[in-house]
Design a protein around this ligand. Sequence first.
Ligand code: M6R
Length: 358
Amino acid sequence: GKGQYDHFMLKEIHTQPTSLQKTIEGRIDADEHVTDLDVDLDLTDIDTVHLVGCGTSYHAALFGSSILNRCDVSARAIRASEYDVNTGTPPENTLFVAVTQSGETADTLQALRQASDVGASTLAVTNVVQSTAAREADEPLYIRAGPEIGVAATKTFSSQAVMLTMLSQHIARVNETATRVNNVGQLLSDLRALPSAVDRILQSSDAAGLAQEHLDKNAYFFIGRGLGCSVAKEGALKFKEITYEHAEGFASGELKHGPLALVTERTPVFAVCADDCDKTVTNAKEAQTRGAPIVAVSPPSHKIVDTADAHLSVPDMHPVCSNLLANVQLQLLSYYCATELDRAIDKPRNLAKSVTVE
Ligand code: M6R
């Protein structure tokens, strides 16, 4: 049941300290600075990685592809529904990673079969043991987040992103051409500290108060760079899914190439700045000049805080962790806006938890 919570979504947001703990359990060797994934697949000669999923899982795939690219591993996040038209035959030595909470999403399974048919090595990053994706891939990588009831994916996004981060460091270690991510020691020790950092966000977040001030606007924009761009996209998807308000998430630098035409004092801009993002500060200022209220989602010391009209705080950790904590703040923001608007949070209109048609 929902226990003390009004909705499964809120319960699942609050479960993240535990679910993340399960995701990383036994998989990070802090002394040796390595991730230890039980993958019985030869990844030494992998030339390229295709990370494929839909919706929130696609955003986790984008997050994972950014980290792999930082390790000099060629990687692409691809929307599962676009795989057949936009990918062509996967090159030799492709690792295909299906990212799917349920393991039953039709578009993702179709892409998985397409890649298997041409001989790609395949992994399924999934939450459901013995799901179709888990069975059909060469190897399952279980995120162990526990059952997710709310249609809006929350804890599974965090666990998928962490799983893909650990996979990236596994590939970086065994692959011949890959390099480890910068400051891998800090990354791995911060990942181990992530569950308690999430707990502190849950205790101290200002998202509920902020939600009150941001109801009834024309549109909601979420911007970020790099890892922050996937968080911005995920923030916008969650927001539109449960509030039914128009929201868009995109790379900060894209603002001036079109969306700026929509920016007014009635379009708040949420700027995810949990990484090196001086450019996001400039982009946010451009929106502010047109009257948009700016909400910084960043460490307290980040310079965007000086310009922002409001602030959702995250600790200054490795960018992987700070960005995932920014996402938790945005989950709470969406949740509290949706409750103020009295929406059907756990079962938003027109949506299903598992999309088994193409
Ligand atoms: O089960 P999957 O991860 O394959 O599901 C993919 C999407 O349908 C899912 O992430 C959807 O976008 C979420 N409901 C968003 O919160």
